[in-house]
Design a protein around this ligand. Sequence first.
Ligand SMILES: [Zn+2]
Length: 70
Amino acid sequence: MNHDFDRLRCPNCKRLYKMNDQVFLDNLNTVIHQKCYNPNTIYTVKDKGTYKEIIERNPFFSDLTPQSST
Ligand SMILES: [Zn+2]
């Protein structure tokens, strides 16, 4: 099992992300559901959007983006 697959799960609810889930990206590059985000344990939110948008905008997630071999 590739350890990188851990990043596909929400650290709060442990569910796998779906491409259209609304998520935040914090300054530790942790992705978390917007509905799971706890303001009391907040890190700086540096990006937000759907999971698909986040991984497409941030190059370090490129290995998680489905590659279309053209
Ligand atoms: Zn969650």
